[in-house]
Design a protein around this ligand. Structure first.
Ligand code: IPE
Ligand code: IPE
Ligand code: MG
Length: 243
């Protein structure tokens, strides 16, 4: 049951919410459906969450859609996920653009099927000037992979004599991550009862608040997101200091 007797403090909406959308497979299994049916139902949840995020004026919404580890799944499932991504963008782009949503991605999208790359590039281009919620899709994203790439870039700068190793700091590491244009998440949500990061945003979540719910991703919607934000608003973020 979702509680509804709480009001959000509209002056304290998190700036960036990142969601580990988990539980599609279990949602399908409970219904004796193939796992892909769960992923399909998960797209509906994305629709609702993006709409609500925009409504409350959220600035950044990062959705973990495909991890660097998810390639280990059977090819039919990987293919189905890639097809869903292409279809989602094809079907929703016009509406998302109309709603002022800006689409971006993190992770190495160059390894995705060409059709995905094409739809993504088109979506980035069309929505790049939008000022509503930034829907940031984590695709072939891994926190360690992202850190490795950042360190490689820094190594190259050092090799080329453009950076003194002593100058490496938090900001130079962040600015060479694929998350360089998104601020660190204020709130990380994971659905389906799992309480782990699964290689999500390792550098960026240093001071994020975490919210875990047993709700499976396809069942997650506006009210669940509101409840997560409500929980966030009742926390005391100290960042190591004192109140
Ligand atoms: C999340 O649901 C979607 C992706 C990881 C792409 P899962 O497919 O992991 O669902 P469960 O964890 O098997 O229930
Ligand atoms: C994390 O979920 C990745 C995404 C939600 C895209 P997984 O279902 O892949 O994570 P594990 O395997 O349970 O850690
Ligand atoms: Mg899972």
């Amino acid at each position: 049951m979702v509680e509804t007797n709480y009001e959000l403090d509209m002056s304290n909406i998190p700036n960036h919410i990142a969601i580990i959308m988990d539980g599609n497979g279990r949602w399908a299994k409970k219904r004796f459906l193939p796992r892909t049916a769960g992923h399909k139902a998960g797209v509906e949840a994305i629709r609702e969450v993006v709409k609500y995020s925009n409504k409350i004026g959220l600035k950044y919404l990062t959705l973990y859609a495909f991890s660097t580890e998810n390639w280990k799944r059977p090819k039919v499932e990987v293919d189905a996920l890639m097809n869903l991504l292409v279809n989602y963008l094809r079907k929703e782009l016009e509406e998302l653009n109309k709603n002022n949503v800006k689409i971006t991605a993190i992770g190495d999208i160059s390894k995705l099927p060409q059709a995905c790359i094409d739809e993504l590039n088109k979506s980035f281009e069309i929505t790049k000037s939008n000022t509503g919620v930034n829907l940031n899709l984590a695709l072939n994203y891994g926190g360690r992979d992202d850190l490795i790439n950042s360190f490689k870039s820094l190594g190259k700068l050092i090799k080329d004599g453009k950076l003194d190793p002593q100058e490496i700091d938090e900001s130079s590491i962040k600015s060479n991550l694929s998350t360089s244009d998104v601020p660190d998440p204020d709130l990380v949500i994971r659905t389906s009862g799992e309480q782990r990061l699964s290689n999500f945003l390792l550098w960026d979540v240093a001071y994020s608040e975490f919210y875990f719910t047993d709700v499976l991703w396809p069942d997650f919607g506006e009210e669940n997101l509101r409840q997560a934000i409500y929980s966030y608003q009742n926390r005391d973020r100290r960042f190591g200091g004192l109140k």
